[in-house]
Design a protein around this ligand. Structure first.
Ligand code: BMA
Length: 862
């Protein structure tokens, strides 16, 4: 059971520089962990970072929590206490260091930590980083670390009793957890979605969910390096490197800031460092900096900066960080419509295209690098430039932000508060303050961070006003309202902005999403002409998809529509006897009370509701894609009034029916394929407004351009009824009508249920954009059973090419291979009559195998 500090198990950083007399090291304590229910039974092997649930599963104490309705049998786990332990050896070299800390990057949540039987820490916040000086407790040789986890539910109940009043927490599934109406999530600083959400199960985890690190240094430990960007433009960047360090000795040191990209010392200064905590600042100017841009606007240039601290020409400490140089501003200036709400990136207005993002798993430590890579790639590949990290989850993993920096995805970062009211006693506020400091300091060097936002929907939920709001406050007496509201104001209008003032720089703060203005009484509604908006009239209030045109926001930060995951995903959690959307298993993987009903209602308006289970899953996806296409296009057509569109939601935390565009296994739903097209830099969007058919060109390009526009009206058998062509100019960074045709003239003697309109923009024969439009609802279209031809070939190892065509229109073609998750280069599209489409598929299957098992589904499939 000994934990030997051998090189393969540790991450050891001795500095190669020959001038080094001293060294600093980091050791990951991730081996030989064991766990058990507190004081009960056998110790079992555990994984750190991890959770109790995944450890129980690995030890076969519980089954897969996501399978069928297993969740209901696992609700005891959060009601009991747990303990984890490990031992590790400490070499003389480590034990002799002057500075030795144990750093817990994430403890979920109420823990007492013992090192060699001595209590060294009590924790009560999953979102914080805990650092303990363990010089006195650490021994040479074997050391024992033991962590006791109190039941978060019991601790939450204690807090609720002390508080004496239930607080709103509409997504806390307390009943599913056997808690009746006691929603205790709000008292614990822990990811809200662990307690359940309208897309998530209830697994209130415990565990060491991020790394445990032993860090040691001889003389100076650099705790943090912040590259403060005082001013940045194409000519020059004025920076201040702010260094927080802990020193064992007082003395005169040289602090140098180095640009590691070219190895040059930018500046150095001599400073007197005191024993204990110090802050040192080194200024620097970079001429003609390579600016950082989000994807679509330019390159993601990154700088590596290093701080070196030396004494008598010997380097005693260093720290490097990567950052990008840029400015990003949330512009909220009065204009002819009200008040703008948009981001200016390096002084250029940006139209934000993207989605809301939730945690990728109920059990976070198993997401892994590959999971983060997948979701960021899915965003980039769908032409997104922004994700909103929503407040009911966690401040994400460092690696996630690193990927966003590298790939150019901007982050709207919520603080972790969502759809609940919270207590406001001094201890709670202090805990929130420390949480905010830890995360702002951890994330502030990332150029991808575009905005700090206090919370999700709380401002709206608490209040009631003429045309909206959830009106939570009406369930409370006046003094209770005052107490709850004071807590709200303290957290979001005092504690968090004060932390940002002190620790962040150059990034704006928005107290709640949505709001009409910054002040707490500037509540959002579906008609505000300022601030951001969450428009849920489509879905919750049964508004038609066409209402996305009516409710336009200055910035649409949420809207959405549900679908089921694809059949291959359903097969992961359900058995054939469950293949009915109302079955117990399918219902438990649908957490919105109105979910199935809403899908059916909207489906019935637009499509023939299929009787078959698989066809129903598929139709739910094309319905969702159709709705969200209408929304994205409406928002983009409204540019520059509207300057951002983030749909709800890009991902899932388990396999479920939800608003997501990619499922738990990262399979693209129809909506994600559609979003990729609707988010392209230039789109054509066709609408029928009264008797006019209008073609809008929406361009993100910063310059006007000329192109050839071709308009055709076609029947479903490939006949071109009419065609016209002319040169048009597409205006820069806006939306404009490039064609308006009288509907009667366009349709002529054709029948609206048997034709479609196609518009393309080409330049030097290259297609820049194209748009399709149908003039009737999908269920009225006079489609014919198609005769689809395809051939499959292997183009290179691991890639199969599929060529497909049909003489008649195939509406919403979907390709799949039973038993496999497959990602075709395009899917869920209309195969136009007479057109040949070539697709690629990365797969381990041979061309023959693909050919044999390929299944094709479309609107007329039963
Ligand atoms: C929004 C979000 C989430 C929720 C979603 C779907 O309001 O902020 O809280 O999951 O709607 O209802």
């Amino acid at each position: 059971m000994r934990y030997l500090l051998i090189l393969c198990t540790i991450f050891l950083s001795f500095f190669a520089n020959s001038l080094f007399a001293q060294s600093m090291l980091n050791l990951k304590i991730d081996k030989n962990w064991e766990f058990r229910q507190l004081s009960l039974g056998k110790w079992l092997p555990a994984t750190v970072p991890g959770t109790v649930h995944t450890d129980l599963m690995a030890n076969e104490v519980i089954d897969d929590p996501f399978f069928r309705t297993n969740e209901t049998t696992m609700q005891w786990i959060d009601k009991v206490d747990w303990e984890y332990r490990t031992t590790f050896d400490v070499t003389d070299e480590i034990a002799d260091k002057n500075i030795i800390n144990l750093v817990f990057k994430g403890l979920d949540t109420y823990t007492t930590v013992f090192l060699n039987s001595k209590k060294i820490l009590e924790s009560n916040n999953m979102h914080r980083i805990w650092k303990v000086d363990i010089r006195k407790e650490l021994k040479k040789g074997e050391n024992t670390l033991r962590i006791v986890f109190d039941s978060p539910i019991r601790r939450g109940m204690n807090e609720l009793q002390k508080y004496g009043l239930r607080l709103p927490a509409s997504n806390d599934q307390s009943e599913n957890g056997g808690m009746g109406a006691n929603k205790v999530s709000v008292f614990t600083r822990k990811a809200g979605y662990h307690y359940g959400w309208d897309w998530g199960p209830r697994f209130v985890t415990s565990g060491i969910w991020r790394d445990v690190i032993l860090e040691a240094a001889d003389e100076i430990l650099i705790e943090d390096l912040f590259i403060k960007q005082n001013s940045v433009n194409a000519q020059s960047a004025s920076l201040s490197a702010e260094v927080n360090l802990k020193s064992e000795e007082a003395g005169n040191y040289t602090v140098s800031l180095i640009n590691k990209n070219d190895g040059k010392v930018l500046n150095k200064t001599n400073v007197n460092i005191a024993k204990g905590d110090n802050t040192v600042s080194v200024d620097a100017t970079i001429r003609k900096p390579q600016l950082w841009w989000p994807t679509g606007m330019g390159k993601q240039n990154m700088y590596q900066f290093e701080i070196q601290i030396s004494k008598n020409n010997k380097v005693v400490a260093t720290k490097s960080i990567a950052t990008g140089l840029r400015t990003i501003e949330l512009v909220r200036e009065k204009d002819q419509w009200g008040e703008a709400f948009y981001f200016k990136m390096n002084n250029i207005p940006l139209f934000a295209k993207g989605a809301n993002y939730i945690p990728n798993d109920s059990f976070l430590p198993r997401v892994g690098k590959a999971g983060y890579e997948k979701v960021v790639a899915d965003a980039v590949n769908a032409n997104m430039n922004m994700l909103r990290i929503w407040g009911g989850g966690v401040y994400e993993d460092d690696y996630f932000y690193q990927l966003c920096d590298e790939k150019g995805i901007l982050i709207w970062q919520d603080f972790m508060f969502a759809c609940s009211m919270y207590p406001g006693n001094a201890e709670f506020l202090e805990n929130v303050k420390e949480e905010a400091i830890d995360n702002v300091v951890r994330l502030r060097n990332h150029p991808s961070i575009a905005l700090w936002c206090g919370n999700n929907e709380i401002n709206t939920a608490w209040h009631f006003y003429g045309n909206g709001g959830w009106g939570w406050k009406h369930n409370y007496t006046a003094p209770q309202q005052e107490m709850i509201n004071d807590a709200y104001l303290a957290i979001f209008h005092d504690v968090i902005p004060s932390v940002l003032n002190e620790y962040s720089y150059g990034i704006d703060y928005w107290p709640s999403s949505p709001q009409a203005g910054y002040e707490a009484n500037e509540h959002a509604s579906d008609t505000n002409t300022s601030g951001d908006m969450h428009y849920w009239g489509v879905w919750h209030s049964l508004h038609p998809f066409s209402d996305y045109d009516k409710y336009k926001a200055r910035f649409m930060s949420e809207y959405g529509f549900q679908s089921f995951p694809e059949f291959e995903t359903v097969k992961k959690y359900a058995l054939p006897q469950d293949y009915d959307i109302e079955s117990a298993v399918m219902s438990s993987h649908q957490r919105s009370g109105i979910g199935n009903l809403r899908i059916r209602e909207y489906m019935g308006q637009e499509y023939n509701v299929p009787a078959g289970f698989e066809q129903f899953l598929y139709t739910s996806q094309i319905l969702q894609a159709k709705g969200i296409k209408a929304a994205i296009e409406a928002h983009r057509r409204a540019r520059p009034y509207c300057m951002g569109t983030l749909f709800w939601q890009i991902n899932d935390c388990w396999p479920v029916a939800s608003w997501s565009s990619t499922d738990y296994y990262h399979n693209w739903k129809a909506m994600h394929y559609m979003a990729r097209k609707a988010f392209e830099p230039v789109i054509l969007s066709i609408t029928k407004e009264d008797d006019q058919v209008k073609v809008y060109a929406v361009s993100d390009h910063l310059k006007d351009f000329k192109a050839m526009m071709t308009v055709t009206l076609n029947d479903f058998n490939g006949k071109v009824i009419s065609t016209s062509q002319r040169q048009v100019t597409v205006s820069a960074a806006t939306s404009s009508v490039i064609e308006s045709i009288d509907y009667g003239k366009l349709i002529g003697s054709a029948s609206k249920d048997a034709v479609f309109m196609k518009v393309t923009l080409t330049s030097s024969k290259e297609i820049i954009a194209s748009g399709l439009h149908y003039f009737d609802s999908m269920k009225n279209l006079k489609l014919q059973q198609p005769d689809i031809n395809y051939s499959v070939a292997s183009s290179k190892t691991g890639v199969v090419t599929l060529t497909i065509s049909s003489s008649t229109l195939v509406k919403d073609l979907m390709l799949a291979i039973p038993g496999h998750f497959t990602h075709f280069s395009d899917n869920y599209f209309d195969l136009l009559p007479g057109e040949t489409v070539t697709l690629t598929l990365e797969t381990e299957l041979s061309a023959e195998e693909v050919e044999k098992s390929l299944t094709i589904r479309h609107l007329l499939t039963k």
